[in-house]
Design a protein around this ligand. Structure first.
Ligand SMILES: Cc1cc2nc3c(=O)[nH]c(=O)nc-3n(C[C@H](O)[C@H](O)[C@H](O)COP(=O)(O)OP(=O)(O)OC[C@H]3O[C@@H](n4cnc5c(N)ncnc54)[C@H](O)[C@@H]3O)c2cc1C
Length: 390
């Protein structure tokens, strides 16, 4: 590790590793990770769209725990909406092995020429004349300063880098899902479907069961922090598991937050870009963030190269990153935020009515937008506030 780089990326999740790999073929890049093992612990249900992932990476069999051929959505009364393989088309998904996936992405960055370091925690930014000029780190406990032309904050939902640089990333409780997830064995889980459970068992969120193998899978739940009612998400998850998977036994437990907000208003500053969860680039309806993390990472890596070449990492150049992600997925996140705000306040009776209204109807596509469009056309009065969005 040197004390000066063109680009320093903080956080070796999908966003950081993809940004580092993109920039490293053309500039001098350092990727730092605070944990001692990249990819572990896994704070993710590991579901991803096959088609979307393939736009960024050639899927490797080691990353894929399971291939699913459809999804099932359960209303609170058990009414089932099944999206089968023929309807799902190319959007059927993978359940990943993120421990291997994240590690391989960091290896990709290293192969492209980046220096990668673990047990290296950013503890502050170097800021001079309003410009971010590098990061202060603790590497195996030792304090160091690393200067850089561009710093990419890929430090996840709890991003402190942005705050140290003066960008407000605070989440309101109504914009944060508090999640708990078990990796469970001996689970009576459908092996080729991802299951979603709606309703007051998981207030303001949903529960999921994503199969990873025979009788094994990620069983978890997100509860909107504003609806926890004095309990923890694990309490809601334990009740859910007892009811739906009484024989399942946990082998791992993970707790974590998912931003279900609008994207951070300002994701660039002089010398700094925010990517992935640090920029709140998560779909507010599904809580999925892997694909946007890859796309944001790619865009940030490309703009970092432009800035280094131009010897200008001011807002004037870095704003191309912000323009890029807004053009790519920004509108979808803003739209889905409005949809989420209505859905989190629906009662069990209303959710039952919605799912029943489209039960058995053909869905043109498996995407969230496809399902919501169908719900709106079948329930114009209940979802009156959403009609203008499509
Ligand atoms: C329970 C749960 C289930 C989810 N399920 C899905 C799903 O099924 N599908 C999906 O698409 N998305 C899912 N998500 C969201 C998904 O995990 C994230 O959107 C994705 O990991 C974002 O990638 P990232 O690189 O931005 O951040 P992260 O993957 O969080 O990576 C950030 C990295 O930065 C490191 N870091 C943090 N601070 C510092 C520091 N100061 N110094 C150095 N390193 C630091 C962290 O250790 C971490 O490795 C889920 C999230 C949760 C919590």
């Amino acid at each position: 590790m040197k004390d000066k780089y063109d680009v320093v990326v903080v956080g070796a999740g999908p966003a950081g590793s993809y940004a580092a790999a993109t920039a490293a073929s053309q500039c001098d890049v350092l990727l730092i990770e605070k944990r001692q093992e990249i990819g572990d612990p896994v704070r993710c249900a590991e579901g991803v769209s096959k088609g979307a992932l393939s736009k960024f990476l050639q899927p490797q069999k080691e990353w894929i725990a399971n291939k699913v051929t459809g999804a099932r959505i359960f209303a609170p009364d058990g009414t089932l909406l099944e999206v089968s393989e023929e309807l799902a088309g190319p959007e059927v998904g993978y359940v990943l092995e993120r421990k291997i996936f994240d590690r391989d992405l960091a290896k990709r960055a290293a192969k492209a020429g980046a220096d990668v370091t673990v047990r290296t925690r950013a503890v502050g930014v170097i800021k001079e004349d309003g410009f971010v000029r590098g990061v202060k780190v603790r590497h195996l406990g030792e304090p160091l300063e690393i200067r850089a032309s561009v710093v990419i904050a890929a430090d996840g939902v709890e991003s402190q880098l942005a705050r140290w640089a003066g960008i407000n990333t605070t989440l309101r409780p109504s914009d944060l899902e508090s999640c708990a997830q078990y990796l469970m064995t001996n689970a009576d889980i459908k092996e080729d479907y991802c299951d979603f459970y709606l309703g007051s068992e998981s207030p303001g969120g949903y529960a999921w069961a994503f199969p990873k193998g025979p009788q094994e899978g990620n069983i978890g739940m997100g509860v909107l922090a504003s609806k926890l009612a004095g309990k923890h998400s694990i309490d809601y998850l334990n009740a859910f598991v007892e009811r739906h998977f009484p024989d399942a036994q946990p082998v791992e437990l993970h707790l974590g937050g998912v931003p279900v907000s609008k994207p951070v208003r300002k994701t660039v500053d002089d010398g700094l870009m925010l990517v992935g969860d640090a920029a709140h680039h998560v779909d507010p309806i599904t809580g999925g963030g892997i694909i946007n993390a890859l796309e944001g990472g790619r865009l940030a890596g490309e703009v970092a190269v432009q800035a280094v070449r131009a010897q200008d990492a001011s807002l004037k150049v870095l704003k191309h990153y912000e323009e890029g992600w807004r053009a790519s997925f920004g509108k979808k996140l803003e739209r889905n935020y409005k949809i989420k705000d209505i859905f989190v306040n629906l009662s069990d009776a209303e959710l039952n009515k919605l799912i029943r209204s489209i039960e058995g109807l053909p869905l043109e596509e498996m995407s969230v937008a496809g399902i919501v469009k169908r719900l709106i056309s079948s329930n114009p009065r209940l979802l009156v506030g959403l009609r203008h969005l499509f």
